[in-house]
Design a protein around this ligand. Structure first.
Ligand SMILES: [Zn+2]
Length: 237
């Protein structure tokens, strides 16, 4: 019941955003909510549009978007959902303080902090923040948006949604950075589903992320387990 209206809204919103972008290009103008606002930008060869005040932030969001799309395509999952990304200096209060972005499921919209704001964290996943880590934050939120189009269960659990988003983020992270993050958050990986509960995620989301990725790497898991999560067979209610 839930997925279709959300998708419809996302499509309509995406269409509106593109229309705005196209109209502004036709006028030779940029959308201006600030002196440096570059307005809407479409990420090349994707159906992702980004709005940012800083071109480098928009480019990073596009880099971050390309990776989950490629990852989903390799797994033969749907990855052509139109996605709207807005880069903002403040996230809504409902978002966890450790988050660098958010996927607003009801609106089909991704929010990502500006890099300027993101870097004030100093570290993220226990390693110093840099542009590569910022791109991976975009990857995480966009993976949430893509996953929604692939779930075959009407109400995926939080742990199911986060498993998909973190595995996608880690699997597509630049290799030396992934090694650094995993070294900073040691563990042997989750061994079964009971360990991947909402409570465990809420208590320590970054540890959940690293342990979920290690679980994904274990023999027999990988794409098979990802598909089981999407179908609701694994990490369901
Ligand atoms: Zn998430």
């Amino acid at each position: 019941m839930g997925a279709l209206p959300i998708r419809d809204r996302a499509v309509r919103a995406w269409g509106a955003a593109l229309s705005v972008a196209i109209a502004l290009h036709a006028l030779g103008a940029v959308a201006s909510s600030g002196p440096d606002d570059i307005g809407w930008q479409r990420c090349a060869e994707t159906r992702v549009v980004v709005r940012a005040a800083d071109r480098r932030d928009a480019d990073d969001a596009c880099q971050g978007a390309r990776r989950p799309i490629d990852f989903f395509n390799r797994l033969e999952l749907r990855a052509d959902e139109p996605i709207i990304v807005e880069i903002v200096s403040e996230l809504p209060d409902i978002v966890s303080p450790t988050a660098a972005g958010a996927f607003l499921k009801s609106e089909g919209r991704v929010l990502l902090q500006t890099y300027e704001k993101f870097r004030t964290n100093g570290t993220w996943f226990e390693v110093p923040v840099d542009r590569r880590l910022y791109q991976s934050a975009a990857t995480h939120e966009i993976a949430h948006a893509l996953a929604l189009d692939n779930f075959r269960t009407p109400a995926p659990t939080i742990e199911a949604m986060e498993y998909i988003a973190y595995v996608t983020q880690f699997a597509t992270m630049e290799e030396s950075q992934r090694r650094q993050v995993l070294a900073a958050i040691p563990g042997d990986g989750f061994t079964d589903e009971v360990e991947m509960s909402t409570v465990i995620y809420m208590l320590a989301p970054m540890r959940f992320a690293a342990e979920a990725y290690r679980h994904y790497l274990k023999p027999g898991n990988g794409a098979v387990f990802l598909r089981a999560v999407l179908s609701g067979v694994a990490l369901g209610d």
